[in-house]
Design a protein around this ligand. Structure first.
Ligand code: PLP
Length: 234
């Protein structure tokens, strides 16, 4: 595929997704649409360059090594990089080298490791707390148990190198995203009483962005609907 064809395809898809977001925002009775974050995992840096030209600023990746390579390839572009994959504690320093926002802080130990790594670099790092919406809870899928979210939030807030900006979640699959994001909205509501400054609710992907926006997502993470199908083996 030529660069021009790819550019036209991405531009077309981007407008369609922006329209879906606009419609969902109106239907939700909201005035401000959520921030669009484009998930570029498995796609080349040339696609990220096209997205940047089309005005996209927020890019998400889920694997440290791949992300870091693309981050370097895109060094001239003014982008904000989101980490949306699971982070191993020993990779805390490495993820700080490229990510502006780490959306997947889901355990106390990881919060501690990120805090230590950021402190060593004499900087702070923006984070979201990931909560699991799986019922029953499934170990290893990422996200803390809902019952542990408040304790995680208080712990992360006590670490001065971490700036806790909000919460992130993935709807269960298969499952009803509407029901799952309704539970998420209630958790966020409960948490806001005791944790100030929780502005970001990162929820919604290609298949369920409407449900997420209906339940208050301030940020949606869209891959396939903009960039096309990913290879099955990632
Ligand atoms: C891959 C991924 C997305 C994007 O999913 P699409 O269905 O391609 O839009 C969003 N969030 C997370 C955490 C992901 O891993």
């Amino acid at each position: 595929m030529s660069d021009d064809t790819r550019r036209a395809e991405i531009a077309h898809n981007l407008v369609e997704v922006q329209n879906r977001i606009a419609v969902a925002t109106v239907l939700a009775g909201r005035e401000v649409p959520p921030q669009l974050v484009v998930v570029t995992k498995t796609f080349p840096a040339t696609d990220i360059a096209i997205l940047a030209e089309l005005g996209v600023r927020d890019i998400a990746e889920n694997r440290g090594q791949e992300a870091r390579r693309k981050f370097e390839e895109c060094s001239g572009l003014d982008l904000r990089w989101h980490m949306i994959g699971q982070v191993q504690r020993k990779k805390a320093a490495s993820v700080l080298s490229w990510a502006d926002l780490i959306e997947t802080v889901d355990r106390l130990e990881l919060a501690d490791s990120l805090h230590r790594a950021a402190t060593t670099l004499d900087r702070t790092v923006d984070v979201l707390l990931q909560v699991s919406l799986d019922e029953p809870f499934r170990e290893g899928r990422g996200g803390c148990r809902p019952i542990d979210l408040e304790a995680l939030a208080h712990h992360a807030m006590s670490l001065d190198a971490l700036k806790v900006r909000g919460v992130m979640a993935v709807a269960p699959f298969p499952g009803d995203p509407d029901q799952a994001f309704d539970r998420l909205a209630k958790m966020v509501h409960a948490l806001r009483d005791s944790v100030p400054g929780l502005e970001v609710v990162s929820a919604g992907m290609s298949g369920d962005l409407e449900a997420a926006i209906a339940h208050g997502a301030t940020q949606v993470r869209i891959g396939g609907s903009i960039l096309g199908a990913r290879p099955l083996v990632q």
